[in-house]
Design a protein around this ligand. Structure first.
Ligand code: AMP
Length: 118
């Protein structure tokens, strides 16, 4: 369930400090250490899943919870309301998908433009 060498498993377990946005039994959300946008946080499952490439039918509920949580946290963290505001969700997957940390994470980005990336 947890990879002892995984930085995001350690963050979810509180072994590495992070700026927490949200936590429940299954999920952990925290501010990205190098934000691309005025609001930029990550939502991760506490369970170690390496990437979207490993996601299957057994993860439907977990992924659904992440996606349903994102809009609420986006507003709480300062994203402006839809439709003038909004946010971007990104899930980099694998080397060619630009993934650097091998623990599934959903980027949620928003706030007034310009952003550093995008
Ligand atoms: P990705 O390229 O999709 O794998 O994104 C990994 C993200 O994790 C990057 O945006 C990093 O800035 C972020 N990150 C890496 N280490 C930490 C950390 N210790 N705390 C918060 N965010 C981190």
């Amino acid at each position: 369930m947890h990879d002892p060498n995984c930085i995001f498993c350690k963050i979810a377990a509180g072994q590495i400090p992070s700026k927490k946005v949200y936590e429940d039994e299954d999920l952990y959300a925290f501010h990205d250490i190098a934000p691309w946008a005025p609001v930029h946080f990550l939502i991760i499952p506490k369970q170690h899943i390496a990437s979207m490439a490993q996601v299957g039918a057994q993860h439907e509920a977990l992924l659904g919870r992440i996606m349903a949580l994102a809009p609420r946290l986006a507003l709480e963290q300062g994203c402006n309301p839809y439709p003038e505001g909004g946010f971007r969700i990104v899930v980099n997957t694998g080397a060619e998908g630009g993934q650097e940390v091998q623990h599934l994470h959903v980027h949620v980005m928003g706030g007034p433009r310009p952003w550093l990336k995008g």
